[in-house]
Design a protein around this ligand. Sequence first.
Ligand code: CA
Length: 220
Amino acid sequence: MRILLVEDEPTLRSQLQAMLEQGGYAVDAVADGIDARHLGETESYDAAVLDLGLPGLDGLSVLRAWRDKGRTLPVLILTARDRWSDKVTGIDSGADDYLTKPFHPEELLARVRALIRRAAGLVSPVLQAGPVVLDSRTGRVSCNDQPVTLTGHEFRVLEYLMHRPGAVVTRTELTEHIYAQDFERDSNTIEVFVGRLRRKLTPDLIETVRGRGYRLVSGP
Ligand code: CA
């Protein structure tokens, strides 16, 4: 899963970026509204965390620009304590949720998880496919009740597929959702990650759909 983080306050931005990365996400962090608008229009994100007061272009204009372009990514806006009217305007402009500053980092993570889950039509933070269980709250993965250690990229591939059980996901799509923008991407490595996931978990968990991509087999 890949998140766009837009926050102009440097300390808060790096704190949030570190926390989201710790939560298992690939994160693109920007400080400027113009950059944010561009990235949200051109890159593939599973959610965005968007501050409202930004240099270049304010957060509400960024959000409206995304929605005008038909970008449906879930958006969590960050607002200052005394600007309750921002929340109303934000939600009316297409935000999915908001958080008032200052906030507890854990709450931000929980809300981001919930937005991603809802966008995938899932209700539980604990995802299951056959013997494999992924707890998105803790980042823990188990197979037949045995804990399994995954690398960051393996985890992101698995989490992405587990949010789309039964759907065919192309290698390009996976590539777009597991790497941050500045990371050197190589869609061939997706095959390597899938191979490792099959070895570490169960061989028939991820099916190769020839010429199209991969599908998570959700049955037992
Ligand atoms: Ca700000």
